[in-house]
Design a protein around this ligand. Sequence first.
Ligand code: DGJ
Length: 693
Amino acid sequence: MAEISFAEATRTWVLNAASSTYAFRLDEDDAPSHVYWGPALTAAEVGELGVTTQPWWDGFNDPNEGLDELAADGGTRYWTPALQVRFADGTRALEWRYTGHEITGDHLRVDFADRHCPLRIALHYRIPHGTDVIERWTELAGDAEVVRADSASWALPVLDDYRLSHVTGRWAAETQLERVPVAHGETVFASRRGITGHHANPWVMVDDGTATEDHGEVYGVALAWSGSWRMTTTRSSTGRLSISGGFGQDGVVHRPPLTTPVIAGLYTRGGFGAASRAWHDYVRQHVLPHPEELRPVLYNSWEATGFDVTEAGQRALAERAASLGVELFVMDDGWFGARTGDHAGLGDWHVNEERFPDGLKPLVDAVHGLGMKFGIWVEPEMVNPDSDLYRAHPDWVLHHPHRKRSELRRQLVLNFARPDVAAWAHGWLDALVGDHGVDFLKWDMNRPFSEAGWPGEPDQDRLWVEHTRAVYALMDRLRADHPGLRIEACSGGGGRIDLGVMARTDQIWTSDNTDALDRLRIQHGYSQLYPARAMSAWVTDNPNFVTQRSIPLRFRFHVAMAGVLGVGGDIVEWSDEDLALAREQIARYRDIRPVVQHGALYRLRPPSGDGLVALQYVLGDRSVVFAYRQATHFNAPTRPLRLAGLDRSARYLDAGSGRVHSGAVLLSDGLPLTLPKGDFASTVITLTRQDTH
Ligand code: DGJ
């Protein structure tokens, strides 16, 4: 049970999470200053640390650099500003004055005011039950221009060295894991696109350069926000490292009241594997709206039909999907307005009558009649200039009066910060879901912001934050009014993967790249922070839509089965042999999915070169091992696959081979792997703990 205490004598707050401790204090000037973050210490032990503010050793270097809980710009704070304000009289610096605090269960709020100027600041800390996660956010009230308002600054202890883990990428190659030494100075990851972005993801992990998958201390920080963001890791000249992160767009000015999104921090021991498992537990238990659910096997029509959507075509796909064991049928883009290509129709959210002469109902009923749930693709934040909506409301898009309106994918961004636009979107989405019995929305967003203006609005800048907030509010409202509704977040694949969107969706479309080989790397990067429970993965056709590579169907299934399995190929054209294999693998997945979706992930062999990749999920008495070999090499040495997360003293039945293995042998020597011959060989092994009685 989390415990938060305050020591009056040292003016120190101690936050005890499940197995770690976080502490900060007020310094002599009332500024909130970091004390400790690491393995569990009692409040008394934290008191022994005897932390004091160090005097400057010369006129230029502050030994306390990087210790602020929220590094406010001004005065003699020269490090990365987390809070930058400007008051009406031109004053820029902030001087903290502590005004009180409140501890309510797992939540701490500490209040401050500026000593002279009209600004109040509340720092919030919360420890979600049973975790080592510290959620932090900041609230500002008063009268000031806020140039930067990060959610928090995080100070790490002085380590021998610092190494940064993060993901980078691009469309169809998201979440590529990088591990790099931290350079002195500032390393900035950011999105200035109004969406989370494919090129970076709002989290970092830091270790001392020696952590492995199984050993070592790892500090992680992740921001719950789906608009523009910035996360700065600063390695200071004083040997410290701090991380500051928050929402917002460079150069944009906010006005209080302002509440930042949550930024979560997590300290773990046990290497990157343990760090990821702790993040997964947190996301499953405290972020996702329906943590207890199993995600259904989905079919999505996009790669099968593109924009060539017809009722008969969708019915044929649905019938085939149902016969394979699919549980949720999703009709993708191309069902509405004049949307017969990407050039027109976005914004006209009425069914295309040529394609669906009797409306959507017959298809929805048919899908339901086949025993599947019905899902549908939407892209509410977008409009094609060639649409009735745009012709009627050209002022609804982000724009500046004397600037061109840059089109990307031939579309413009609707300004959801406008109440009339948000109300319009709610109207048609509510009707779409309510009138048709829609069970699932795939909520897409296919371009970043540009020329982000709001003519006529006195405070245009607020759209950068309020667009995202309006999207969240709309999702929340739809979910509240339609409790059975589930949502998949998507932004041209994985452009909107973050803790903020996960709090109101059920799964994420990971990438438009469904090539199983590329997916191994994408899924590896995704898994660093986010759980398989929210990682949508489809099996599609050969050659692959994006990469043109051909990979055996079994391998494609085995890769997708390590997440939330979906099928996205043109199954009407699949051979009997492929359909039989699909049926078998979907049935297999439905059996193992509790372990995959709710189990603990062990990344046994990460993707590198063309060697073996293996991962394992463990839940209770069951464990599932996935192994993939991209290429065989003549006479290449083989070795057993050492497993993890099992009980040494137990015995485990391999249902496939019928062999029983001792837990100790599986953990110490390993599981002998017999992969099929040839390239793109894969296997899925299920192990069940044997009754010891
Ligand atoms: C981008 C998505 O990532 C795809 O899966 C598909 O839904 C298309 N948009 C449709 O336009």
